[in-house]
Write a protein that binds this ligand. Sequence first.
Ligand code: SF4
Length: 275
Amino acid sequence: MNTKPFNGKAIYNPSGKAGEYSYWACNFYTGCSNDCAYCYCKKGVMSHVWSNAPKLKKCFKDEKHAIEVFERELMQNLPELQKYGLFFTFTSDPMLDSTIELTKSACSRCIRNNVPIKILTKRAEFSKDFIDLFEHDKNHGRSTDWIKLYAIGFTLTGHDELEPNASTNAERIKVMQKLHNAGFKTWASIEPIVDLKASLSCIEQTLGFCDLYKIGLMSGGKLPNKEELRMFVGRVCYKASAYGAKVYWKDCIKKHLGRDIISAATVDRSYNIFK
Ligand code: SF4
């Protein structure tokens, strides 16, 4: 099993904190123009290849080669990918102007092979094309079943000043609602929590059109007050239950609280948003 994000493959099995997002993930690029202040990729093992301009991973000669490698790995791991889905992406934003063409190309191959797709982005602009395509297919009597294979996620921190080149949190929330209304599954990464108040506000603003929240602390950041975190957890569980949304609490939160979190809304790592 290949668990490294920075490897000679397109598709791999993420480990550690990334593994809490998906059993399978795809990275084509390293680097990201959103330029988040807290970006985990700017530090550690990827710091030497990181830049604000995404670059194809060195193992790919060009985009054509990247999609050939992707297609080969997709077919090699097809039953597993059909079961668990494929996450885009940990080492860039898959919906940047500079990355989206390869993302779309890979997604079209996933759809042809019935592989569910989990997108995580801080961009809002792409959603119009997705909704227009869905409307076009619907209006022309074509199958729109492909929509069921997408779970589109937005990172929401409530702190635009830390994400200077990303779409604003308000723009992300607005398009999440549009995508959900069109029939796409939607989810939010409430990670990192910069402050509990802003994270709770993001959750409250998306109740009713967000199917799943994945919630985690700032990696290496100051830990929140335990009592305040406990109250936050209680409020989120209550509100998510009331709206039929699910919540995945990352291990870092449970570790800090020193206990498991049990509620009707809480799901574990095996939860499948597509079922
Ligand atoms: S969107 Fe993700 S990959 Fe891009 S700069 Fe922000 S944290 Fe880093």
